[in-house]
Design a protein around this ligand. Structure first.
Ligand code: NAD
Length: 293
């Protein structure tokens, strides 16, 4: 069954959710953005406005594109409204219980044909899908951060995902001007399976005193031509998310090479979650980032 996707619900208006709403609105979709935290919804709209203004000043979009897109985004604290759409994308906190609860709350309000997708970085698509009433219409739709800038979307089929759903989401990726890579449903898929162990190793390098924060980031920027150092990147992703992904790799693949660095655990325990918290491997509170070790 072919399906024409016009309306998109985004649940979770954090760093990723606001970017997802941004790109869908610019592509002309009707977007309903939901978060359980009303202030987070307001902040998300401010961020979208700001990021679109930056695109205008760079000549990537026009003022009219921006105005049209903003008019297509509706904030809704009501999951019932966010769920009555053609495509529902869950992008809330990286915890399986949180995601399960969101799909359960959305279920009574879905259209019969609604496709469910999750932006999870690491959690099993098959397991999330199995708890819904439509595992055949469920997929992993994994964006990269920052969503308006990064070209890739990983598309991940669960074991039960049908071809029509896969085809529909492939078309959506083209429609929003991105490029898809197809990954099988194994812990952390492709990008994070490779990226997170590198970040975790950088944290071990710091933990064992091989180098300080600046030495490690400078080494990988100038020595491996990475645009960002691994610790800077960890702060950008969010240290809670980094830890959650390492735990999923460790649990799911049962290999000690994926054990999360104890220093990463300590930063998360401290609430030093990276940029979004104002402090992580760098302190961002006074403007210029200052290494915290
Ligand atoms: P975030 O902490 O910035 O935002 C999470 C949002 O979810 C918060 O606004 C929170 O209020 C909201 N939320 C929590 N429970 C909710 C509920 N029951 N209903 C509605 N909203 C709820 O996190 P993020 O970085 O935006 O990550 C979101 C998802 O995207 C995670 O699954 C993460 O793994 C994935 N992801 C993150 C990155 C990254 O680089 N940060 C990249 C790709 C994918």
């Amino acid at each position: 069954m072919g399906m024409n996707i016009q309306s998109v619900g985004v649940v979770g208006a954090g760093q990723m959710g606001n970017g997802i709403a941004h790109v869908f609105a610019l592509a002309g979709y009707d977007v309903r953005l939901n978060d359980r935290d009303a202030e987070q919804l307001d902040r998300a709209l401010e961020r979208i406005e700001k990021n679109m203004s930056r695109q205008v000043s760079k000549g990537l979009i026009t003022e009219a594109d921006k105005a049209d897109a903003l008019a297509l985004i509706k904030k809704t604290p009501d999951i019932a409204e966010a769920a009555h759409v053609d495509l529902l994308i869950e992008s809330a906190t990286e915890r399986e219980d949180v995601k399960m609860a969101i799909f359960a709350a959305a279920q009574p309000h879905l259209k019969p044909e609604t496709i469910l997708a999750t932006n999870t970085s690491s959690i099993s698509i098959t397991r999330l899908a199995a708890r819904t009433d439509r595992p055949e219409r469920f997929m992993g739709f994994h964006f990269m951060n920052p969503v308006p800038v990064m070209q890739l979307v990983e598309l991940i089929r669960g074991i039960a995902t049908d071809e029509a759903t896969f085809d529909a989401l492939k078309k959506v990726v083209v429609q929003i001007g991105k490029t898809a890579a197809y990954a099988e449903d194994f812990p952390a898929f492709i990008v994070n399976r490779i990226l997170l162990p590198m970040i975790n190793e950088a944290i071990y390098t710091l933990y064992e005193g091989v180098g300080g924060v600046e030495a490690i980031d400078t080494s990988m920027k100038l020595g491996a031509n990475h645009p960002m150092g691994p610790l800077e990147l960890a702060d950008f992703i969010g240290l809670d998310t980094c830890l959650a992904i390492m735990q999923v790799l460790h649990d799911g693949l049962a290999d000690t090479k994926y054990r999360p660095c104890p220093l990463l655990v300590k930063y998360v325990e401290a609430g030093w979650l990276g940029r979004k918290a104002g402090r992580g491997f760098y302190d961002y509170r006074s403007g210029d980032p200052v290494p915290t070790r």
